[in-house]
Design a protein around this ligand. Structure first.
Ligand code: KG4
Ligand code: ZN
Length: 340
């Protein structure tokens, strides 16, 4: 194997079209094209997402190669997100990567999006220190909420997961109730900065390491409806405090479960990953856990939290080293699990 491996990775699982070039574990480019089209619908519209991926993929891949200052003839392999995600979106990245690998006659690597969120911690500049195996990872995104025991790069166990909505969905649906555009997570986080957690919401009681967020969403809806009856301006007058209260409740739910998992596994290396790991309150609490509970906390850089191709690229590099290539029959799998 050459000393330097250059991999082009493509991510198209949901509503971001992204391409990245990696040289071993060092990211040379990470281009992300967001799709603004969904904000007015209050959520991702699958048909529009796949159409936008088709429009974006060529310029995004081109920009990633240019920024990395590399020509496609120098690539060692092409990687793509196999799943989980939206079928129509995944197919755009999968077909593009397969054709490119075939045309260049280089290996193809099919990557699991959820494993990639976790393995983003192994990007050279993701963190000031890297986790060592085994570690726990709280994976929190628009589609997932899981506590994963990471035994090795490709050996992961789900200790617990949501039985209904994902935490990102709880953020986005709450934002919708408050009249904020999609994706609501970053906006709730922003308003929460200047608010106080004065409103209390009931936390769900869920067994073992599992989560539930649909009851919380309904609780927030009923609370807001009740308040609006008394004061039609309740939301605009209290937006900061409402957001701080929601944010505080969600952070408590997540931290309670993490503490339980640490206690039961005796693993004190704890990472967070996925779009919601960009959240300032969750990042703060994980940082504090180092001094309060003696954890080693791993918090990824912002650009590696929400969907991006850099995380696909670093995962692909690990697969490449192990010779875990895919063939042209590899196809999109919308329901791929983190432990498969
Ligand atoms: O990982 P991701 O980009 O896509 C999925 O694989 O689902 O996660 C997107 C989710 C959205 O629900 C978005 O609202 C949420 O991450 N999110 C946040 C923040 N930034 C993004 N939630 C809370 N606070 C944030 N700062
Ligand atoms: Zn994701």
């Amino acid at each position: 194997m050459l000393d330097k491996t250059y991999i082009l990775a493509i991510e198209s699982s949901c509503d971001d079209t992204s391409a990245s070039v990696i040289c071993n574990e060092q990211i040379l480019s990470n281009i992300v094209a967001n799709q603004d089209i969904h904000s007015k619908y209050g959520g991702v519209v699958p048909e529009l997402a796949s159409r936008a991926h088709q429009q974006n993929i060529v310029p995004v891949v081109d920009a990633a190669l240019k920024e990395a200052n590399i020509s496609k003839e120098n690539l060692s392999a092409i990687a793509f997100t196999q799943g989980p995600g939206l079928m129509g979106s995944l197919l755009v990245g999968a077909s593009f990567a397969k054709s490119m690998a075939l045309a260049l006659d280089i290996p193809l690597l099919a990557i699991n999006h959820m494993q990639a969120h976790i393995l983003a911690h192994f990007i050279d500049d993701a963190n000031d220190k890297k986790p060592t195996f085994p570690f726990l990872c709280l994976t929190i995104s628009g589609g997932h909420t899981q506590i994963v025991k990471v035994n090795d790069y490709f050996e992961m166990e789900i200790l617990g997961e949501t039985i209904d909505d994902a935490v990102g969905e709880a953020y986005d649906k709450t934002a919708k109730i408050l009249g904020l555009p999609y994706p609501g997570g970053p906006l709730i986080d922003k308003y929460a900065q200047t608010g106080n957690a004065v409103f209390k919401f009931t936390k769900p009681k869920v067994k073992e390491h599992h989560f539930s967020f649909s009851g919380l969403k309904t609780g927030i809806l009923y609370f807001i409806q009740k308040q609006l009856k008394e004061n039609p301006k309740f939301i605009e007058e209290n937006i900061n405090d409402i957001c701080a209260s929601v944010q505080n409740t969600i952070a408590e739910i997540l931290m309670d479960k993490l503490k339980k998992a640490v206690k039961e596994t005796s693993i004190k290396q704890v990472a967070i990953a996925g779009g919601v790991s960009a959240n300032s309150e969750i990042r703060k609490r994980l940082t504090l856990a180092q001094t309060h509970f003696g954890w080693s906390s791993y918090i990824p850089k912002f650009e590696y939290t929400t969907d991006n191709a850099a995380m696909i690229a670093v995962t692909a590099y690990q697969k490449y080293k192990l010779g875990l290539y895919s063939n042209q029959s590899a196809t999109a799998n919308p329901r791929l699990k983190v432990n498969s």
